[in-house]
Structure formats: structure tokens, C-alpha cells
Design a protein around this ligand. Structure first.
Ligand SMILES: [Zn+2]
Length: 483
């Protein structure tokens, strides 16, 4: 502390001198610190008066992270930083080599540090971002069961192999042999990825009364997740469940890692005038937006990464997500059809809770909707820029009814079209006769035997039951087509 006062006084004396000599680069000042705690990392942001060069390294015994900023001084209040939920126990600062700043973080756990600088944008000036990543930690608080994940992985792989065969003009039956014995029915949950838009450094839109989009959508995401988890046969995975930023591509990557059957992103956006109001539902469009508002909203959502900071690992992992050529087209078309169907059901129900901004599912190029094989929707729950809707968006009972509408639409879709390994599919089959033109699969059955016994080609049996994997399940009911 005394050192700092000394330096200030010196600066006062030296200032006239400095004007006489050619101006050397002015020292950067750390004006503010912000901290965001996520399940798999903490992000510490330094707000700076000008760009800095930083060096970041860890020390052991006790565990510390050292951040050296060249030619910088500290003018923030580290004591006011809320450290709860983060890996940081304490922040200390000191002067080094006369002009340099050293910030030492006392840590409560092992971290892998990563840092980068950001240029000024609409909201913030120069920034140094230090991410403290926790090795081996999941990005979500409540990840799916590893066994369920394995089952899903097999389903996805089988579906992909089938789509590939169709795309290449091969007989799908040669890809997935029909000789495999019936498996026990896994009765798995249907996984819904719930994405609260924005977060952390990116507040999203702000209403005339100061309501922040990132806060109301997080409240709604929590409500939606509770509704989903309270429903047998469904499980919610929250893409973010606190006030921290997740990169746009990272959001879809988490959904894939968690083997989501469906992805829904919640928003409450603003327009450049207070008049527009009403809720809307968006699916992906790869070729232009269906309306001017759609274009405007997509552009403002996609700016998020500039404000919240992109995820550094992206370019590498992104390659996994690229399915090429015809396969991609086929998958994308099927996925988009599902998205539009589910979107219609959600929109219907939302129309009973709030005015609709548009009576149809709109389409626009939102980055967050670009998973090739997970049906995805972006829901604008209302315009936060409209004073009346801003008030509703903060209201718990409005939030609840809105989320009931969203889940109602999703649920209705999956009840009609349950994935074969899901509990919902098993329940549906228990209600079916299993007689006449139907057959209930018994332990030891294979698809080719069942086909032979009923005198139908395997391909036809598959088609009639929309079987696109190589797995059949005990208790599953097959419709036997008349040959
Ligand atoms: Zn938004």
C-alpha cells in the first residue's frame, strides 16, 4: 500500500519531466476485476486502460497462480471480488521490477491456466482474460450416466452408419446385420439440453428497467430443467447453470457430449425500439433469415462470442462436428424437419401464454442451432426492450407458464416419436397388443429369424418399424407388414 502511494507521488513529480522526454508507452492500469465460476473452470477478467503483455504460471506448495503484467499498476479493489464457487481462495498484488505488476491467486485446487487478451467492444475496454480450467471436470453440473451415454452412442453410431449406406446407395441391411440377438430394453431417458443464453461477461439484452437477459433466461432454464427432471423418462442437462459465459460452439459441443436428443436455447431479446413484442421460436436456416427481425436477432445473438470471449480450444474439436457431403445434407434435413415440427408444437402452446411475434416457426442462421444431428430450437420468450414484457419476463408465474409451454411441445413430440431405446418407447409398446399383425420381441430373438418366421423380407420389416440400428430389444413390439 505504502509503495503505491510512493509511486503515485513520484509520478506527480516525474510528470513534467515525462512531457519533456519523448513519450514512452504509458503504464497500463488494472481498473477492475471480474470473476465467473463455472463447473469446469473459473474465469478472471482484468479490465485494463490499455493492452498489456502478461505471463501466467502456476507454483506449488502452496498452490498458486502467478499473473505478471508488464508495465502495469493495480487500481482495483481485489477485496470486493466474490470468490465463492471459484478455485481462488485469495488475491494478492504487488509491484515487481519497479514498473511491473504481479497478481498472485491462492488456489484451492489444481488448475490448468490459459490466458488471452480481448480488444474493446460495445460493453468493455481492453481486457486480459485468465481461465483456470479444472482437469477432468465436466462442463455441466449434472452429466448423464455413463451407461446411458454408451447406449446413446451405439444408437447414434448405428443411425449414422445407416444414413451413410443410404447416401452411398448401399443396402442398409448389409451394414447392420439382422442376426444380433435381442438386447435387454434399456428404457433410457430422453435427454434435453437446456441452454440459458449469454451469461458472465455477456449480459445479453437489457430492459428499460435494467432487467438483464442473462438473469431471466437462467431463471427460466432452471424452471424448465425442474419440469423436465420431474417427468419420468426425461432428463435435463443444463448447458450453463450459473453466471458464466459458454462459447456458442461450446454450447452445441456440450449437448453432443451429453448425447442430447434435443437442444433448446432460451432468450429474451431486445429490438432497437420499444414497440416490438411477443414470443417467437426459431429453427436453423442456412440460407438467409425468414424476416427482418429474424436477421437482426440472429446477428445480435451471434455477436455474443465477441462480448463473452470465444473458447480457445474450438478450432480443433470443431473438426469432429463436420460431417461431409450428402451425409451431412441428409442428417441436416431430417434434423431440421424434427426441429420445425417440435417448434410448431412449442409455438402453439406459447401462444396461450403470450402474444406471438410471428405465428410460424421462423428460421435464421443462429450459430447455436448448428448441430447437424440434434434437433434444436431457439426460443425468444419475449422482448425485454418492451416495458410490459420486461415486467412479465421477471414474473415467476409467467416464467413457469412459458416453460410449461416449451416443455409441453417437446414432450408431445417425443411421446409420439419416442427413440427406440427410451422408456417412452417401452411404455408405448406395453400398451400395444403384441398380437395379430404385431409381434413382441422375446429374449433370444434375432431380426432375421422374426422376418423368416413371418415370411417378410428383413428390409421390409425394418422399414415398417423405422428400425435404423442393428439392435432390437426385448419387450419391443414390431409391426409385421403384410407381404
Ligand atoms: Zn439473447
Amino acid at each position: 500500500m505504502r509503495k503505491r502511494i510512493l509511486r503515485r507521488n513520484m509520478a506527480r513529480w516525474l510528470l513534467p519531466l515525462a512531457l519533456l522526454v519523448p513519450l514512452c508507452a504509458e503504464a497500463a492500469s488494472v481498473d477492475n476485476l471480474r470473476l465467473w465460476a463455472a463447473p469446469d473452470h473459473s474465469r478472471l477478467v482484468f479490465d485494463l486502460s490499455s493492452p498489456v503483455t502478461a505471463e501466467v504460471f502456476t507454483l506449488e506448495d502452496p498452490r498458486r497462480l502467478v499473473i505478471d503484467l508488464q508495465d502495469s499498476e493495480f487500481n482495483a479493489d481485489a477485496d470486493r471480488l466474490d470468490l465463492s464457487g471459484s478455485a481462488i481462495r485469495e488475491v494478492r498484488t504487488g509491484v515487481r521490477n519497479g514498473d511491473d505488476l504481479r497478481v498472485v491467486l491462492e488456489l484451492s485446487r489444481a488448475v490448468e491456466p490459459r490466458h488471452f487478451t480481448l480488444e474493446p467492444n460495445e460493453q468493455y475496454g481492453h481486457r486480459l482474460v485468465v481461465d483456470l480450467e479444472y482437469p477432468g471436470e465436466s462442463a455441466v453440473e449434472d452429466p448423464i450416466d455413463p451407461i446411458e451415454a454408451k447406449i446413446r452412442e451405439q444408437e447414434i453410431a448405428a443411425e449414422r452408419a445407416q444414413a451413410e449406406a443410404v447416401a452411398e446407395g448401399r443396402d442398409p441391411d448389409t451394414v447392420t446385420p439382422a442376426a444380433k440377438q435381442a438386447q435387454p430394453h434399456p428404457k433410457r431417458d430422453i435427454i434435453i439440453a437446456v441452454d440459458a443464453g449469454h451469461g458472465g461477461e455477456d449480459p445479453g439484452a437489457t430492459g428499460p428497467a435494467g432487467t438483464r437477459e442473462k438473469d431471466v433466461v437462467l431463471e427460466m432454464a432452471k424452471r424448465l430443467s425442474r419440469l423436465i427432471n420431474a417427468t419420468e423418462g426425461f432428463k435435463a442437462v443444463m448447458i450453463r447453470d450459473g453466471d458464466y459465459y459458454v462459447g456458442l460452439r461450446q454450447r452445441t459441443r456440450i449437448a453432443r457430449e451429453q448425447k442430447a436428443d434435443f437442444f433448446v436455447s432460451l432468450h429474451a431479446d431486445a429490438f432497437n425500439s420499444p414497440r416490438p413484442h411477443g414470443s417467437s421460436v426459431f429453427a436453423l436456416s442456412q440460407s438467409g433469415a425468414t424476416s427482418e427481425t429474424a436477421k437482426w436477432l440472429a446477428a445480435s445473438e451471434n455477436r455474443s462470442d465477441l462480448i463473452g470471449g470465444v473458447d480457445g480450444n474450438l478450432s480443433l474439436d470443431d473438426k469432429d462436428e463436420v460431417l461431409r457431403g450428402v451425409l451431412l445434407d441428409l442428417t441436416m434435413t431430417a434434423t431440421l424437419n424434427d426441429s420445425l415440427t417440435i417448434g410448431g408444437r412449442v409455438l402453439d402452446r406459447m401462444g396461450r401464454v403470450n402474444d406471438l411475434h410471428k405465428s410460424q416457426v421462423e428460421q435464421a442462421g443462429f450459430v447455436v442451432l448448428k448441430s447437424p444431428d440434434i434437433p434444436s430450437l431457439l426460443v425468444e420468450t419475449g422482448f425485454i426492450s418492451n416495458p410490459q414484457e420486461e415486467r412479465r419476463l421477471r414474473d415467476g408465474s409467467y416464467q413457469q407458464r412459458m416453460m410449461q409451454a416449451v416443455f409441453g411441445g417437446i414432450r408431445a413430440h417425443f411421446e409420439r416419436n419416442p427413440p427406440p431405446a427410451s422408456l417412452l418407447a417401452w411404455q408405448r409398446d406395453q400398451g400395444r397388443g403384441g398380437a395379430g399383425d404385431e409381434y413382441r420381441i422375446q429374449p433370444g430373438d434375432t431380426l432375421s429369424e422374426i422376418a423368416a418366421r413371418h415370411n417378410v423380407p428383413v428390409g421390409q420389416l425394418r422399414q415398417a418399424n423405422e428400425l435404423n440400428g442393428d439392435v432390437i430389444r426385448v419387450g419391443q413390439v414390431l409391426r409385421i407388414p403384410s407381404s
